[in-house]
Design a protein around this ligand. Sequence first.
Ligand code: PRX
Length: 567
Amino acid sequence: MNNMGPYDEIRKKFNWNISENELGYKDGDDINIGWYCSDRICDQGKGEKVALIWQGFSGEVKKFTFNDSRIITNTMASFLQKTGVENGDRVCLFMDKIPELYFGFLGILKMGGIAQPLFSAFGGESLITRLEDAETKAIITQKKHLGKVRKIRDELPGLEYIIVVDYDGKKPLQEREIAFSMEDSEKIEKFDVFRSKAETPSVLHYTSGTTGQPKGAQHVHYSLISQYISSKYVLDLKDDDIYWCTADPGWVTGTSYGIIGPWSNGITQCVLDSGFKAENWYRFIEDQKITVWYSAPTAIRALMKEGKSEVEKFDLSSLRHLCSVGEPLNAEAVLWSTDTYGLTFHDTFWQTETGSMVITNYPGMEIKPGSMGKPFPGIEATVLDLKTHEPIEKRGVVGLIALKPGWPSMFRAYWNNEKTYNSKFINGWYVCGDRASIDEDGYYWFVGRDDDVINTGGHLVGPFEIESALLEHESVAESAVVGKPDPVNMEVVKAFIALKPGVEASDMLELEIMNFIRKKLSPLAMPQDVEFVDSLPKTRSGKIMRRMLRAKEWGEEIGDTSTLEDD
Ligand code: PRX
């Protein structure tokens, strides 16, 4: 029997009080995610239960119980406080998927800080943009990433503390740098957890849009109400499950469902701190006897490429429920998983801004391969007409996915950017920026994004951020960045570049530009293809028409070109 029961029944009777009651929360109470994910589970008598099974890239395994988690998170929270971090301060987590990342996240929340997770693969420019915008006070990092932080800290006077979690004493620490050791610090048994309320800010996740630099989607502690119950219903987490979310906490999936969801449910979860390799992933499932697996279409397509023969080498019989998020999960991948694992990947749709799943396939519900499923109970969704922005009554017509504001984990602001935040709401709906249609049975079918944002392997990359960085290269006069189709990553970044007068295009220059972006921004933002052009198509007002370049890459109709410069 699954946790949620029949979809239609629960949808009729659901309200968020169900989640509040299960969590023992009443309106006006204190609510601190850090406490809910550690202390509360211990109070329920599960202190000796394993909270985290962590495996490093060289195969070493470490296990931590909920009681370990409670004490480590207390210790980290107390350390931050003593260091000078105050409630409301932004504290960046800039680490690989090591245990300190997970416990650090909860530690920050326990002392009232705002956790700002960033991918450790980010280069200097990506870091500066986000740390400057958030006016981040402290960054928690590892030796191996310290070099990147040192290069930019002079530009960030507000970054007062650089905390290194694996300092080995070999080279002296520099100005503003402080060592913290999870193992060697004096263990803090009792910590006065910050008495956050429902609307107290908790997490700041940066996400990309079409225009401008990335925006910080700001969440609050009350988001727990959505994250807890959706983990229970959609991931179907039960007490004896061993759960694996493959996402990095630099991405919202890795925090909402890679920390908060499972741990607030008191579930044992696994983390594999190494890159993708089918063999390693399957071995991890076999060794740890993983039962519930939450992954992403790019990974699933990469596993498909490895074929069934790879699967047959392992015993994956522990698996019982599979979910996916981040990009369209093609029908072929859904059918392949049913055929190969004997289990069907359940597609889930949501965003950094929504904080939790909003349209998904549920355990026990009939799956239509290629569909994202139906709205989560408690979420009112529709599609809006592309022009009038009124809900479309007729089924099968493509419109903009829109949600009625008010679910607990909805973002409360874009940090310092009220204008863009307000622009997301039209006619009383929150507009996601994606297009879909709804069929006769109420299933949602994803069509595509409604903007120029590139979704590469589930990660959103803003063309503006890459174009701005490209302009810093001495040979580039102007550029346009679009997504180009890719069989595994769905899209990869392609840059059209007009060079400065006198600069010759060459393979060497192409490589140099790719590397320039990889270092400055991140491997994800690195163009996989560079096309040198004499000029870029522009509107009469001088705006580069990415739409035309994109359409060409996808073999689509170019559409209205009446505003083009040279028509
Ligand atoms: O375009 C949609 C796509 O990813 C966007 C949200 O990205 P992000 O904020 O990084 O959060 C991703 C993890 C929750 C959406 O606006 N997307 C997400 N899930 C799906 C999807 N596209 C199609 N199908 C999905 N299941």
